[in-house]
Design a protein around this ligand. Structure first.
Ligand SMILES: [Zn+2]
Length: 90
C-alpha cells in the first residue's frame, strides 16, 4: 500500500524503467496549467508548460511566440487589437 502522501492525485504517476530492467512507479510534480489568452481564454499555442527549473533552461524565443502580445493574447485577438488601434477605434 502506498504511503499516505502518495495516495492522492496531487502528484502524477510515471512508470520508469530502472537500470535493472524493472518498471517502477515514480511520483512527480504536475506541470503548470496551459497559458490562456487574456481576452478570449483560448489556450495559447507555442507557450511551453514546464516547471520553473526547466523554463529557466529554455531560450527566450522558445518560451512564447515572437510577436507583439506573444504569450498574452492569441493570434486572432492580437490581429483584432492591432486593426482597431490602426483604425483609431480603440
Ligand atoms: Zn484570444
Amino acid at each position: 500500500m502506498p504511503r499516505g502522501r502518495y495516495k492522492s492525485r496531487t502528484l502524477r504517476r510515471v512508470f520508469v524503467k530502472v537500470p535493472g530492467g524493472a518498471v517502477k512507479l515514480q511520483y512527480r510534480k504536475r506541470k503548470p496549467a496551459k497559458a490562456k489568452c487574456a481576452v478570449c481564454a483560448k489556450q495559447l499555442a507555442g507557450v511551453p508548460r514546464e516547471r520553473p527549473h526547466i523554463m529557466r533552461t529554455l531560450n527566450k524565443t522558445a518560451k512564447r511566440p515572437e510577436r507583439p502580445f506573444g504569450g498574452v493574447l492569441c493570434s486572432a485577438c492580437t490581429r483584432l487589437l492591432l486593426q482597431r488601434k490602426a483604425r483609431g477605434v480603440q
